[in-house]
Design a protein around this ligand. Structure first.
Ligand code: SF4
Length: 365
């Protein structure tokens, strides 16, 4: 697809003018997608907002919202000698309470990076005497891939493959943020990738019950500016609707085939979000029918009591209460090369995006 129109400076300038011409009071808009976080930082979009518009980053990076307890559990799997732990690369450096998968690997545990759960299945076939555990972290976007891997393992009778599922779902987390008295959000820039799977309907409660507008948009600069403009227009006209600006990627009904696959394999469970806490029904648990592929049931482990990382304010950053550079450790001890918290580890983390693409926090001593 030719995306040049979505990067066109003339179109972008027109949208910036339109944004600046809208009339609203001071408003805070939150994006809840790590790719939006990077796009906003990389393209300097905060700097072109009018003074009354603040763009906040929310819990849109799946690695960042993974609770210490889940990372500690992944590490415990690696302590079992019969287990090969497999995961996506961005999970490796994420600190748990006492260690990380990267440190465990350096200490000789069998931890391997894969690019897909299907690679983990291939590894299980190659290593029939070992148990291959895939650490699944993500939102609705990657859940269909995990579901298809479990269905494939079942159909091919691969009984040494299992999944530790720490997947989360987005809409109810937005409700938790709206109900948080410490957080002010006047509109949501809704995630493009997640919405390709779930569509726009699951967000409608935001407008109907809370009168908070939302616009699903894509990741190019023009997409993000268009999304911001559409939210500001709603606020100006005192409307609250869920609109789609990302028509090339999202249908209102999402992707029914992917959704059915996810519903077949997973059921909603409570999930612990870093910085937010337990949100009922926002986790994906593997259904009993597929328990042979549920690492938590098949290879039970007891992680240590979780402990928060001293000085790290990822929790506040993920709720939009603290900007990354307001953390005392930002760029002073915590950098992408030497991350202290998950928001600096992941390429989609707010702290990493601010560090890589802005000067914030560098000028003060
Ligand atoms: S700068 Fe580092 S320590 Fe501070 S909130 Fe971000 S990840 Fe945590």
């Amino acid at each position: 697809m030719d995306l040049s129109a979505f990067r066109d400076p003339t179109i972008a300038r027109g949208l910036i003018e339109a944004i600046n011409a809208t009339e609203t009071g001071p408003v805070k808009l939150m994006e809840v997608c790590g790719t939006h976080t990077v796009s906003i930082a990389k393209n300097g979009l905060r700097a072109v907002m009018p003074e009354n518009v603040t763009l906040l980053s929310g819990p849109g990076c799946p690695v960042c919202v993974t609770a210490n307890h889940d990372i500690d559990t992944a590490i415990e799997f690696a302590h079992r000698p019969e287990v090969i732990v497999t995961t996506f690369g961005d999970m490796m450096k994420v600190p748990g309470s006492y260690s990380s998968l990267a440190r465990e690997k350096a200490d000789g545990r069998d931890v391997r990076i894969v690019y897909s759960p299907l690679d983990a299945i291939a590894l299980a076939q190659k290593e029939p005497d070992r148990q291959v555990v895939f650490i699944a972290v993500g939102f609705e976007t990657t859940a269909p891939l995990i579901a298809s891997a479990i269905l494939r393992a079942q159909s091919e009778h691969i009984d040494n493959f299992s999944v530790f599922c720490a997947h989360k779902t987005v809409p109810a987390a937005l409700e938790a943020l709206i109900n948080d008295p410490d957080v002010q959000i006047d509109g949501f820039i809704l995630p493009g990738h997640v919405s390709t799977i779930i569509g726009s309907h699951p967000y409608e409660f935001l407008a109907e019950n809370y009168h908070v507008p939302g616009v699903i948009t894509g990741f190019e600069p023009v997409d993000v500016l268009q999304g911001v403009y559409m939210i500001l227009k709603q606020l100006e006209e005192k409307r609250a609707e869920i609109e789609i600006a990302y028509h090339r990627g999202v249908m209102p009904e999402g992707n029914p085939v992917a959704r059915e696959m996810v519903e077949r394999v997973f059921e909603p469970i409570d999930a612990d979000w870093r910085g937010i806490g337990v949100i009922p029904g926002t986790g994906l648990g593997i259904r009993e029918e597929f328990s042979a592929f549920d690492a938590a049931k098949k290879l039970p482990v007891t992680p240590p009591e979780p402990k928060e990382i001293k000085g790290c304010q990822c929790g506040e950053v993920l709720r939009g209460m603290t900007l990354p550079y307001e953390c005392k450790l930002f760029a002073r001890g915590c950098t992408p090369e030497h991350p202290i918290g998950p928001c600096m580890v992941s390429s989609e983390g707010s702290c990493a995006a601010y560090y890589r693409y802005t000067d914030y926090g560098r000028t003060e001593s």
